[in-house]
Design a protein around this ligand. Structure first.
Ligand code: GLY
Length: 326
């Protein structure tokens, strides 16, 4: 069984499903599927083709978790490498650590011979250039990049809203459950910002005994609520997968201030049941599922639950870029 995000996971789910059907491990199948999403330049929120940060640089976050050993591997704010999910996997395989960020992640990627490449594609370069010309004052442009960025960050449009990180959660024929994530995070984020995707327990968690959960959308919310770990813990404490996800939605209602927007919570249990809820979601929030015996993955709508009457930033922001043809 495999569940993946919305449109963003589409490039990879068929491969993941095929590997699982052939008896591959959930971790291998998830890594292989996410690599295809990372390579798809049409996905504007994952890997090559993702939106850049305020400096015009694409910074990538990714993670994997093996629910049988509870080992994890994650990288954050990684620049210049095409497949952060595989570098995260090698953190799990080769290091006595679970998470590397920034320069250390880059060093490790180079050391293991990971594939380097240019991540900033022409559409993203053009969009960033337009933002730079329209939003950055002449004085700031003269001193760039040595300028305060806090206000620029607060004003920046987030083209990710309504689109997604990619998450894969799955179970193999031997019942091993695993999770994987990959994202370029918010467009125009403050340099060094980590979302929930590399934060095990926030953006993903997997435990073969109880199930798995992974989140997309505003990572600031799932970090604050500890969402992925909470959902798996709620299942451990006896809730069904549906009850566990609803409880995590209740946790999010307690968030006051900060950035409140859309989060989609995806969860599975060891018996093959699943639940996907889009908190402050949009009708377009779907997910893909493939289970043993299915000929092909199918797309299903997430249940939408509003927890905020005026989620910010506006969920239509990304459409401005579509209207610009970017
Ligand atoms: N959920 C991905 C992020 O916030 O970066």
């Amino acid at each position: 069984m495999i569940i993946v995000t919305n449109n963003e996971g589409h490039a990879g789910i068929a491969t993941t499903a095929k590997l699982l059907a052939q008896g591959g491990t959930s971790l291998d199948a998830i890594e292989a599927g996410i690599r295809l999403v990372e390579a798809d330049e049409n996905v504007r929120t994952v890997g090559r083709g993702g939106w850049p940060n305020l400096l015009g640089e694409v910074e990538l976050d990714a993670s994997v978790m093996d629910g049988t050993t509870l080992r994890t591997g994650a990288v954050g704010a990684l620049k210049g490498f095409l497949h952060p999910v595989s570098i995260a996997r090698q953190v799990l395989e080769k290091l006595p650590h679970e998470l590397l960020a920034g320069e250390g992640a880059r060093r490790f990627a180079a050391e293991i011979g990971a594939e380097a490449g240019d991540l900033l594609m022409p559409h993203a370069r053009t969009a960033w250039q337009r933002w730079f010309e329209n939003e950055v004052t002449e004085g700031e442009r003269e001193r760039w990049p040595e300028v305060p960025m806090t206000d620029l960050c607060r004003r920046a449009i987030d083209p990710e809203i309504g689109r997604d990180t990619t998450i894969f959660i799955g179970q193999d024929k031997d019942d091993n459950i695993a999770a994987g994530t990959s994202t370029s995070g918010w467009g125009w984020k403050y340099p060094g910002r980590l979302g929930d995707s590399p934060i095990i327990g926030a953006g993903s968690y997997a435990d073969t005994r109880y199930g798995a959960c992974a989140c997309t959308g505003v990572g600031e919310m799932s970090i604050r609520a500890g969402t992925a770990r909470a959902v798996v813990l709620y299942m451990k404490m006896g809730m069904t997968v549906e009850e566990a996800v609803y409880e995590a939605v209740t946790d999010m209602r307690a968030l006051k201030g900060g950035l409140i927007g859309r989060v989609t919570i995806h969860a599975i249990d060891p018996a093959g049941r699943h639940k996907v809820v889009a908190v402050n979601g949009l009708p377009e929030n779907h997910y893909w599922i493939w289970q043993d015996g299915m000929e092909a993955p199918v797309s299903c709508p997430a249940e939408i639950i509003a927890i905020s009457e005026d989620p910010t930033p506006k969920p239509t922001a990304h459409r401005r870029y579509e209207q610009m043809g970017l």
